[in-house]
Design a binder for this molecule. Structure first.
Ligand code: AMP
Ligand code: MG
Length: 472
């Protein structure tokens, strides 16, 4: 048997200035770290031999039917517009349509230089590859729309960062790699037909019922509002919500300096380059609106009279904060066992969050601990919590299914930063045991498993991760 990927490539048929044709650059000694067989089957891959995997997913052998290319995109990075980003260290092999009828991209990341590499080497080191593998798969298991990890391969070559580090390639799968920044790049050319082509492509692929720019904008806003509310409900901080890292599909994409909060504070930032907290935990709800405004600006180019469309598009963007509030309320209400939240329930939630902030309690363990009563012990002074709890219990009188709801909304396990760092440090030394253990444990994040009790623990003071780094 040989590896069979039933490619059905549509992006490669778009206008040639949407991308650059380029193959992955071969590596010295590819060796397989992980292959996600379940995902492979889900997207229609079959017939593989173990021996096929490292050469293909390390980039040394381009599989039959692939049409490798690097995609053009632009983007606002920390608010600054960069007209030419593009896949500088990634190559789209092509797409498959799975047995479920869903079209998905298969992309190698860390696969060598492309015409968009600018000053970069086109490579990735092992740390960010394993981080994205573990965290994106954990997000999927947590029920969050996200790109997936199909494979990770060591290249057998060093990459040079502050020091030489082992190189690796991640293969990821996405409903598409269309970004807000893809629209920005094409809109900036002023070529109306090209923008229309991109728009029609995105509509057909993601929003077949939204063939009009206003409907499309609304559909993307809704998915992004739901996504960011879900991030907030899990304590997830993306870390670099530039418009090029914001997917039209509404999936979480481009895991770089991302992190899950341990103790709760709304201003939490981990990313070493986010010095002003633009992408802090709580700021995510505002920034996504800003990002959607950039999408709206790009879509103006589709309108017969762009000037006249500014006002209605602006009004549309102004509806987004309410969408986010409503998604947030739904998610957080579920976390405290309320199925059909009323406006006044927001107060109950924010009161709890204020107590958590004051006591710096662990976000994940506090919410999970509401189920078995262990949350109380996490508060420095339980008096405030007891008062809150009394009101909460009263509210739950009309919620017979509160406990099971809470068990589904509050994970036992999240990929904690100190575990991720520990996993990376071991893998750099050649030991992938923890990588595999974390993948297995995080696949069932709502199940309390005695064997994984250590993974529930917040970091000890000396284990606290204070900064995370981009994937470069
Ligand atoms: P990111 O913030 O990681 O999503 O990357 C932003 C931009 O930098 C994208 O255009 C990437 O392709 C590019 N980039 C990041 N790392 C590298 C690298 N090692 N070599 C070339 N380009 C890179
Ligand atoms: Mg990116």
């Amino acid at each position: 048997m040989t590896l069979h990927i039933p490619f059905d490539n549509s992006y490669a048929a778009l206008p040639p200035d949407f991308f650059a044709r380029v193959s992955p650059v071969p590596v010295k000694a590819p060796s397989l770290i992980a292959f996600n067989a379940d995902l492979a089957r889900e997207i229609g891959i079959d017939g593989w031999d173990e021996a096929d995997l490292a050469p293909v997913f390390g980039g040394n052998r381009v599989p039959d039917g692939a049409s490798p290319l690097a995609q053009l995109y632009a983007g606002h990075q920390f608010g600054q517009y960069n007209p030419r980003l593009g896949d500088g260290r990634a190559v789209l092999l092509g797409e498959t349509v799975g047995p479920d009828g869903i079209r998905r991209d298969i992309q190698l990341k860390g696969s060598g230089r492309t015409p968009f590499s600018r000053m970069g080497d086109g490579r990735a080191w092992l740390g960010p590859v394993l981080r994205e593998y573990v965290v994106s798969e954990a997000m999927h298991a947590l029920g969050v729309p996200t790109t997936r990890a199909l494979a990770a391969v060591r290249t057998g070559e060093p990459v040079y960062r502050e020091r030489p580090l082992p190189g690796a390639v991640l293969t990821r799968v996405a409903q598409s790699h269309l970004r807000v920044g893809t629209f920005q790049a094409i809109a900036a050319t002023g070529d109306h037909d090209a923008l229309q082509t991109l728009f029609d492509y995105a509509v057909a692929r993601h929003y077949p019922d939204a063939a009009d720019p206003a409907l499309f904008l609304d559909a993307v806003m809704r998915r992004q509002a739901a996504l960011v509310a879900q991030w907030l409900s899990l304590g997830f901080i993306h870390g670099v919500m530039n418009t090029d890292n914001c997917a039209i599909s509404g999936e979480t994409i481009d895991y770089g300096p991302c992190a899950f909060m341990d103790s709760y504070h709304p201003a939490t930032v981990y990313s070493s380059i986010d010095r002003f907290g633009r992408y802090s935990y709580a700021a995510q709800a505002d920034i996504i609106v800003w990002n959607m405004a950039q999408l709206a600006s790009a879509l103006l180019g589709l309108m017969p009279d762009p000037e006249a469309a500014v006002e209605p598009f602006t009004a549309q963007i102004h509806t987004m904060p309410e969408m986010i509030r409503s998604e947030w309320l739904k998610r957080f209400a579920a976390k405290i066992g309320i199925s059909d939240p009323r406006a006044e329930d927001a107060q109950l939630i924010t009161d709890l969050l204020a107590l958590m902030e004051a006591s710096e309690t662990d976000f994940t363990n506090t919410f999970r601990g509401l189920i078995d009563g262990s949350a109380r012990g996490l508060f420095a002074d339980p008096t405030g919590f007891d008062q809150w709890s009394e009101l909460w219990q009263k509210r739950l009188e009309t919620e017979p299914d509160a406990a099971s709801m809470m068990a589904q909304a509050n994970p036992v396990l999240i990929p904690r930063n100190h575990r991720i760092e520990e996993m990376i440090a071991a893998a750099v030394e050649g030991d992938d045991t923890l990588f595999h253990r974390l993948n297995a444990a995080y696949a069932a994040p709502f199940e309390a498993n005695e064997a994984d009790a250590d993974l529930r623990q917040p970091p000890r003071p000396e284990e606290v991760v204070t900064a995370t780094f981009c994937g470069t």
